[in-house]
Structures are given as structure tokens and as C-alpha cells.
Write a protein that binds this ligand. Sequence first.
Ligand code: ADP
Ligand code: MG
Length: 385
Amino acid sequence: MDHLDPGTTPWMAARVGKAFEQAYGGTPDLVARAPGRVNLIGEHTDYNGGRCLPLALPHATYVAARRREDDRVRISSLTVEGEWTGSTKDLAAAPGWASYVTGVLWVLEVERGFDLVIASSVPVGSGLSSSAALECAVAVAVDALHGHPLDDVRRRHLAAACMRAESEIAGAPTGGMDQLVAMLAPDGDALLIDFHDDSTRPVPVPLQEGGLQLLVIDTGVRHALADGAYAARRRECEAAAHLLGVPTLARASEDSWSRLSDDVLMRRARHVLTECERVDTADQAIIEGEWAELGAVLDASHASLAHDFEVSCAELDVAVETARAAGALGARMTGGGFGGSVIALAPADRVTDVAATVAAAYAARGWSSPTFLVAEPSAPAGVVG
Ligand code: ADP
Ligand code: MG
């Protein structure tokens, strides 16, 4: 299993502290951490007022932070080139990756400056939500330096702030799942989120009782149309909801999609409504330990995302099909689509074989190898040092 990245990174806090010293001299006031996530099921449902079932990964983004007495902000990341420096008055205008950080500072209306150094073990742009991990780690760090206790209400407040930062400043419309699970994940369990009322419930997923593991296959691919297509899907969902006379698609009755005469809108609505049902089926299958049923629901989700929502691509489909052929009980793309990652529910003693078979299928097509990790439900954002 040595080629599977375990993601457990207790040394990351020390590494980011050291990097802080090198970048800015002296020590940080604190280090905060927020996890990446993988979504078990419920894709493209958050912005439709529906349900989803993500879990936090052990992979996380770490932020070493120090308060300043003036209004300067300095940000550097070990993941990407370049440093951003500016004043608290420039926060809304930072370009590129720095906007994910300054967006959070802007929403939180900071007055004084900060020195921030970032390190991460979350693969970037892989559908595992490095963006929310970054935002939430920054939010927790800054909030702690302002002296706010991190209770459940504050966690929800910060998740909402990070969602605004990503949508309004980083310019990436986001439905809220990523930030909520990064802030609220119950350590060791998945989190059922219902966006009708933002209610959440821990869902224990005792895969080991079924002799199973959740393999994440990061295709390493991200197609250029991803962002534009995401926005287009959101618009189509809003149009379908409007035609059905409901505020969000998830409020429409189960088979109401069949009333839509436009073929594209009909299929978009069918995906959202059937996906919400699949979340409920998966929830029940997990409670009952019906792992074959859970696998079948993952398969059905992939089919719906590929054919009705049209957000899959060749690399995702090959990973899904190969994983199933190699013994996975079920597999599907996870995250927004057009590249990113696939999850496969596989017998623990077959996980290495499944990974090797997918890598071979990629090699046979001349594609570079995907990377693999096993998802273990992990802890939510917090201060770590
Ligand atoms: P995902 O959230 O699936 O990883 P996104 O496109 O939503 O993909 O977010 C990726 C972007 O977030 C990166 O392109 C970069 O701008 C920013 N980002 C994420 N993690 C980091 C990091 N550790 N350092 C700097 N920027 C980061
Ligand atoms: Mg993201």
C-alpha cells in the first residue's frame, strides 16, 4: 500500500511554522488547520437546496498566522509560487490564488494586518476541495486571533463567510457543501447536510465492518471548461426550478422533472431529484450495512452525472469502469466534474489491485498515472498549535 498517500500529516503544523520563520522571521501566533473533503454522494445538490453526504479527509491545509499592528497583509504558500502583499484596503482586489485568502479577510472585515504562510497536503484542483480547506484554515486562524471561541454557531458563521469569500472575491460560485463539511465534520463520521434548512447530522460509515475501504482516484486532470460549465449548470437548474414553480429544484416533487418539455432542463432536474433520493438510499444502506446497495447507488449516481448532468469526462469514466471491473462494489466521480477525482468502494484486500488496474488502464491510453488515497473520515477545522 506504500503508493497510497495516507494523508495523515501531523508534521505539517511544524513544517508551516518553520516556513513562517523563513518567510517572515520570528514565530507565528498560532497554526490553524482545515481539511479537504470527499463527497460520498449528493453531487450538484447543495446549490439546489438538496442533500449530500461528504466526509472530511485527513489531508488538510495549514495556516501559520501572526497579527500585525499596521494594516499590511503578507501571504505566501508553499503550494504555489509568489507572495501577495498589500493593505487591508486592497483585499477585494487580490488576484489568483491569494483571493481565496484575502476574500476571507475581506468578509471578516479585518482592520489590522496579518502575516500568513500556507502549507497543504490537499491535492489542488482535484475535486477534494483545497479551496474550502484554504478558506476555512484562514478563517479559523484569524477568528482565533480575534479571540472568538470556536463553538458550533461560530463554525457555521465562518463556513458562510468562506462561502461568500469564494463566490464574491475568488469569483468561483460555490454551493456551500465544501465549507460546511470542513467546519462541521464529525471526526470519524460522514456528515449528512440538508440544504433545505442547513441541518446536519453525523453518519457513522463503518466500512471496516464490511471489509471495505473508500479509494479516492485523483485523475490529475482538470478540463478548462470546468468553471464555465459549473456556472452554466447552476443557471439551468435555476431555470428548471423556475419552470416548475419552486424556489430550488430539491423542493419539486420526485417525478416533476417529467413535466419539463426542454430535454436539457428535464435531464438536469432529473439528476438533482434522483440524486437527492440516492442520498437517502445511501444513508439507509449504510445504517443497515447493505454495502452492495451502497455500491449500486454510487454507480447510479455516476450514470446520472454522466448522462443527465453531463459533467463527466473520459478520464473519470475510465477510472469508474476500470475500478468496477477490478472488483469495486461501486464507483462514481466526486466533486464538480470535468476531471478531478473518482471514489470507489472496494474490498480492503482489493484496494491495491483496483489502484494498480486503474493506473494500467491510464498507461495503456498514454495518460499520466492518477494518484490514489484511502479516505478515512477525519477532523474538522481547528487551531492546532
Ligand atoms: P479544489 O477545491 O477542488 O481543489 P478549486 O478550483 O475549487 O479546486 O480550488 C483550487 C484553487 O484554490 C487553486 O487553483 C488555488 O487558487 C487555490 N488554492 C487551494 N489550495 C491552495 C494552497 N495550498 N495554496 C495556494 N492556493 C491554493
Ligand atoms: Mg474548490
